[in-house]
Design a protein. Structure first.
Length: 202
């Protein structure tokens, strides 16, 4: 829960969404018994701690009443982004959030620090220093995390070859993809696919 609270404290929807996605992966991979209602309550509680801490007006929605995860994310996004636009337009958080959103929308392309920095109107060196301060990881690490999350979804489709998945998520070669995948997840793409389908049979 601490990483979820930390994501809210950053006032950065990109960080919140990433932590939510990582929780879902952990729940599935470790076969944690957790209903959607329990998961929604966990997000709801972290959100309300954030609201109280920031002394914000309580919203007229309840995250535990959201019908599914995508609606919950959209509701949080609609709440957080205007607040960021208004209060954090010139702040470090706003710059990093813009960069994270750019990465999430362009992860499948040949993106690198210079391109991302140009799209958020800062210098590459400034963005490179800013990322670890705000989210605790480098630009490259965040790009790789986003790509691997997308790669996992594609690996669950048995008809796709690993070299195809590598290209689809923006890696320049299957070898780099496999090495990065293992670094991020602790297992190779092949092992992940094998374990995924073994878990489904269970």
């Amino acid at each position: 829960m601490s990483d979820l609270h930390a994501a809210f404290d950053q006032e950065n929807f990109g960080s919140i969404e990433l932590v939510m996605d990582q929780y879902i992966e952990q729940i599935f991979n470790e076969k944690i018994i957790l209903t959607y209602d329990q998961f929604a309550l966990m997000i709801h509680n972290a959100f309300y701690v954030f609201i109280e801490k920031k002394k914000l007006e309580f919203p007229n929605f309840n995250l535990t009443n959201m019908p599914n995860l995508e609606v919950m994310k959209a509701t949080l996004r609609d709440f957080m982004l205007p607040m960021q636009d208004k209060e954090l337009a010139s702040s470090s958080n706003y710059i990093v959030n813009k960069a994270m959103m750019y990465i999430k929308n362009h992860y499948f392309e040949d993106i690198h620090l210079t391109v991302i920095a140009e799209n958020v109107d800062v210098t590459p060196s400034y963005l490179s220093r800013l990322f670890p301060k705000i989210i605790g990881k480098s630009v490259v690490s965040y790009i790789n995390e986003v790509r691997i999350i997308k790669a996992k979804e594609l690996i669950e489709n048995e008809s796709l070859k690993f070299y195809e998945i590598s290209e689809m998520v923006g890696f320049s070669s299957p070898i780099i993809f496999s090495t990065t995948f293992k670094k991020v997840t602790g297992e190779t793409p092949g092992d992940y696919r094998k374990n995924y389908f073994a878990n489904r049979k269970d």
